[in-house]
Write a protein that binds this ligand. Structure first.
Ligand SMILES: Nc1ncnc2c1ncn2[C@@H]1O[C@H](COP(=O)(O)OP(=O)(O)O)[C@@H](O)[C@H]1O
Ligand SMILES: [Mg+2]
Length: 272
């Protein structure tokens, strides 16, 4: 790694002047899959209400890093601090309990259930579908669903529309809306715009800004640097498992970020 890259990494860890602990601090995170080092001593801070854009070429380690934070993977080495306290995140439930919600690429929606139902999937719904309280519970659910959608400025013609009939952007919106049901501090979005047309992607960017306005921090993974530059307060760049940049959008530009994303490719290994 050359010196300029080293410097940019070194200047990165103090997201709020170093006084208050950040919302999340991942320190010295290494992840090995057998002989493959997917992450090598990576640090990541996320501050309260901060939008962190996480970028890197395919295989750079982005999903692996957020999966560790989300409790879907165990790190080989390294520590995670949440609000200044060291935490063990061993399962998705641990992350959720802390206040970390994750929206995965597959969204995990139930196609044959309506909008409201999907917002409550795996929560109240299962409890309420039995028994005489069903009707009341459904109405309460529907009201709560509308409230969540309103907070994020999401409009559906009908809350009773089956999710399979909605566009990719609308489906993404439901998945994001569902993630804030539990009032999280942080929502992780792994490539939420990957399968969307430009207009729908714009809407997702607005959603990210809405989350931030609600005091929710966001980790936003995207291949499209234009998107990241639009919404991120900070851009973290991974290159073959190494953190090679941690920059404010206004102190860098797309050319520099691309260089960091692909830099050194031919001096290191060929794992991708
Ligand atoms: N479950 C796994 N088993 C083995 N290797 C994996 C696994 N998950 C990811 N990898 C490898 O780790 C590296 C980083 O992958 P990933 O985090 O998915 O990258 P990104 O999300 O940046 O495209 C890649 O080389 C990938 O093949
Ligand atoms: Mg990925």
């Amino acid at each position: 790694m050359d010196e300029t890259i080293e410097e940019q990494v070194g200047g990165s860890q103090k997201t709020n002047g170093g006084e208050e602990p950040p919302l999340v601090r991942m320190e010295g995170i290494t992840k090995r899959f057998g002989g493959l080092t997917a992450l090598n001593d990576v640090a990541l801070d996320v501050d309260y209400s901060e939008v962190v854009g996480l970028v890197g070429d395919n295989g750079a380690g982005k999903s692996t890093l957020i999966n560790i934070l989300a409790g879907a993977l165990d790190q080989t080495q390294g520590d995670i601090y949440y609000k200044g306290r060291k935490v063990e995140i061993k399962a998705p439930e641990d992350a959720k309990e802390l206040g970390i919600e994750t929206v995965y690429q597959d969204l995990a929606l139930a196609d044959n259930i309506d909008v409201a139902g999907n917002l409550f999937l795996g929560r109240e719904l299962s409890k309420y579908t039995l028994g005489p309280l069903n009707f009341l519970a459904k109405r309460k659910m529907s009201d709560k669903a509308q409230e969540i959608l309103d907070v994020l400025n999401i409009n559906f013609d009908s809350m009773n529309a089956k999710v399979k009939n909605l566009s990719g952007g609308q489906r993404q919106a439901i998945a994001v809306a569902r993630s804030i049901y539990s009032d999280p501090d942080l929502v992780i979005l792994d490539e939420p715009t990957a399968a969307l047309a430009v207009e729908e992607s714009e809407r997702v960017l607005e959603l990210i800004t809405d989350l931030k306005d609600q005091g929710i921090a966001v980790i936003f993974i995207s291949h499209t640097l234009q998107e990241v530059f639009k919404v991120a307060d900070r851009i973290v760049i991974l290159n073959q498992g190494n953190k090679v940049g941690d920059l404010q959008p206004n102190e860098t530009d797309m050319d520099k970020v691309v260089k960091l994303m692909i830099g050194g490719r031919y001096q290191t290994n060929e794992s991708v």
